[in-house]
Design a protein around this ligand. Sequence first.
Ligand code: FAD
Length: 477
Amino acid sequence: MASLTADSDLSAFLDACRAAVGAAYVLTAAEDMQRFEWDFWRQYHGRAAAVLRPGSTAEVAELVVVAARHGVKIVPQGGNTGLVNGGIPDDSGAQVVLSLERMNKVRAVDPSGEHMIVEAGCLLDAVQQAAAEAGRFFPLAMGSSGSCRIGGNLSTNAGGINVLRYGMARDLVLGLEVVLADGRILDLLRPLRKDNTGYDLKQLFIGAEGTLGIITAAALRLAAIPRERVTAWLSVVRPADAITLFKRCRDAFGELISAFEMLCSRGVEIAVEELEHVQRPVAEAQPWHVLVEISWMFEDGLRARVETVLADLLEAGLCLDGTIAETEAQRANMWRIREGQSESASKRGYIIRSDITVPIAEIPRLLADIDGWGDAIPANVTVLPFGHVGDGNLHVNFLVPEAKAKDYYDPLLGRLYDTVDRLRGSISAEHGVGRAKRTAVDARKPAAARDLSRRIKRALDPENRLNPGIVIDPSEL
Ligand code: FAD
């Protein structure tokens, strides 16, 4: 098998790529490739031999065949907003990025069948918009919606703010179209809700982070658009009160709750100070905050019910303060604070991110444990927990001085992960594994799960050509 060992090999490979997709869509100039080589937050960087930009599934398949012939490894890339160093090349300069961003067509929207078929490079925002224009709701939503692409969302099995009611990305997929490592097109694009004809192969590619195949299109499940939506901001003294509040809201509103997010006061204050046009939703700086969103299919009546429940919670002393968004601008302000947690903190230094999950009842214990770390948290580190508390998923981020990021990274995350292990949680709730968490995740897998994962990778990509080094250590294949 050939490999890119000399300039002449690279040049022959690039010529073949140009013949497949057109010269304009094979990027090799350093300034053109830059944005594909840095991740969203510019925390990770790699070097690409080239960036390939196919415009159709057939072109993706042809490029995969060309790459195989020349022994070239491929890194599929969507919006490049992934947070685990999984969507950019390594620093060898030998891998190529295959960007799906030109494949951004909505192929069909069927409001009666409640599904849509979209290409992998559609921005998540655009998918939501196309569904809305057809009178339906695509519920996957997150702070990166304007930049991430549906192929990336499915490859990471993304979560986001509506998981509580609608599930993870995996739960929204009816069918997939995938280019396999040998260049064959696997057409599983039928929008069927029921199809018990053996193994559900599409599930293999969801959450596989580009290591088993390249997703080129998806059939997505749609929901009805809720007509009345109530968004409330509540302040509580302790995380345990937020958990009690969650239970009380569940008792009152059941599946109507779409989001139940928690933020610490430090994070809220930083957001208010660092982000433009953002105001604290309640007057006082309180210790902890909850952002809850509830919606239903009727035109009105929900708000009055929410007000009654909140009045009871305030009277019972479970909340210190609370407000319901009166206008879309007030609602947007609340969500800007929540979704701007990383953006605002990153203006003050380097963020060591985490994406952990524990059983919901253990969240107070997790946070109390971190509070008790004492000197293990240096004085120049700020702990900023926030996240989707209704799913047990917290981002416990550490804001550290840029110069100390390398020194603090392993000790802080190592200690956090030990705590998560003790509480029987997971160290990657929704962001995935990438290179950043490969070793830590692998060390926590049962031996049988590790073995099965390697067998699946070997079966689907025997030459380890698709996103090598991600999820599984290549030396173990
Ligand atoms: P990329 O970053 O381009 O790729 C991610 C992985 O998928 C890589 O391994 C890549 O190789 C692979 N891949 C990409 N496209 C394909 C394809 N077509 N076929 C095969 N493999 C492919 N994530 C959440 O889950 N919930 C959140 O609430 C959330 N909030 C965020 C907020 C911000 C501000 C930011 C920057 C990120 C956030 N993320 C969140 C993380 C990120 O947006 C998600 O992981 C998203 O799903 C990645 O999509 P992408 O198109 O950017 O993928």
